[in-house]
Design a protein around this ligand. Structure first.
Ligand SMILES: CCC[C@H](NC(=O)CCC(=O)O)C(=O)O
Ligand SMILES: NC(=O)OP(=O)(O)O
Length: 315
């Protein structure tokens, strides 16, 4: 594994999930990454990704450097050939080349602007780092995907599944802000690689990118979708077809205990952070149905397995 920027970088999914679960059961440090440095750049906030990936790197014996690139770094120019006479102080060409001298792996978080679909879908930040860095690049959530989260989610479903073929439902839920489709996109891609019965439920106007959901069933009636579900993965995303917009939805899509009545006593998942009583009600998050904390714990081991594969590939 050279880079980990999309789920296409995973060629042996069962093996990678197995490695993550094995690392979790051992939970001991190793020297795989001794003398190596992970550099993490955050252009947006984080709790889980920042701390779990740092822990993962340190469990491998790596040094870690973290930077709030949006606050502490120079404003970066990503356009090739730009005449840099305005507010951008440094070109990604120099920034990525210099970082490649300090770090053995560069990891980047850069959310979409949600204003220009084409620009966001170009993944210009992540792909510029891939183009101009001379070391592997890891996606800590980008404009269109969150592959570390999706690997974690697959590992968690495998850990908790009791059904021969689990029914997994990705359910939209409301949110006061316009959020990326990234987590929902990567979860949707990942569920298509697992042997599960996968359904997406969202209001009209919130269908995800058809190139990502392909022929996955989309049910605009949340109650119908929840019937016999073993896992309900809850996440907000802004409209894709009315790009970046929040639409006026009359029905109540907040996931509460009453909505789980027709499920198969479903386990409820969310990548976190979660807006309580807007996205998911307290009576779900504080119940046995919720596995969001166990899910967040798995971020460390998913990241450790990915970093380990990248380091082993560099030997
Ligand atoms: C891992 C999730 C990161 C991000 N979530 C948010 O930006 C939530 C922010 C908020 O609730 O104010 C998202 O939805 O992609
Ligand atoms: N799920 C996730 O990526 O959380 P953070 O945004 O806190 O890193």
């Amino acid at each position: 594994m050279k880079n980990y920027t999309t789920l296409a970088d995973i060629h042996d999914l069962d093996g990678l999930i197995g490695e993550a679960r094995s690392l979790k059961s051992k939970n001991t440090a190793s020297n795989t990454g001794k003398g190596k440095t992970l550099g993490m750049l955050f252009f947006n906030p984080s709790l889980r990704t920042r701390l779990s990936t740092e822990k993962a790197a340190k469990l491998l014996g790596m040094e870690v450097m973290v930077m709030n690139a949006d606050k502490d770094g120079w404003a970066l120019e990503f356009e090739d050939g730009a005449i840099m006479n305005s507010d951008k102080a440094e070109h990604i060409k120099e920034a990525a080349a210099v970082l490649s001298q300090y770090c053995d792996i560069i990891a980047v978080r850069a959310f979409p602007g949600l204003k220009d679909k084409e620009k966001d879908e170009s993944e210009y930040v992540l792909n510029s780092f891939k183009k101009y860095a001379s070391v592997p690049v890891v996606n800590l959530e980008s404009a269109t995907g969150h592959p570390l989260q999706a690997l974690t989610d697959a590992m968690t479903i495998q850990e908790f599944n009791k059904a021969e073929k689990a029914k997994v439902v990705l359910s939209w839920a409301p949110h006061p802000k316009a959020l990326p489709q990234s987590v929902a996109n990567s979860f949707t891609e990942m569920m298509q690689r697992l042997d599960v019965d996968f359904v997406i439920t969202n209001p009209e106007g919130y269908d995800l990118d058809p190139d990502i959901r392909k022929d996955v069933k989309v049910e605009h009636d949340q109650e119908k979708a929840f019937k016999d579900a073993d896992f309900v993965y809850v996440k907000n995303w802004s409209s894709y077809e009315n790009y970046g917009q929040i639409l006026d939805i009359k029905e109540n899509w907040t996931v509460n205990q009453a909505k789980l009545k027709n499920t198969n006593n479903a386990k409820v998942m969310h990548c976190l952070p979660v807006r309580r009583n807007v996205v998911i009600a307290d009576n779900v998050l504080d119940s046995e149905n919720s596995i969001v904390i166990q899910q967040a714990n798995n971020r460390t081991y998913a990241a450790q397995a990915v970093l380990k594969r990248i380091l082993e590939c560099r030997k």
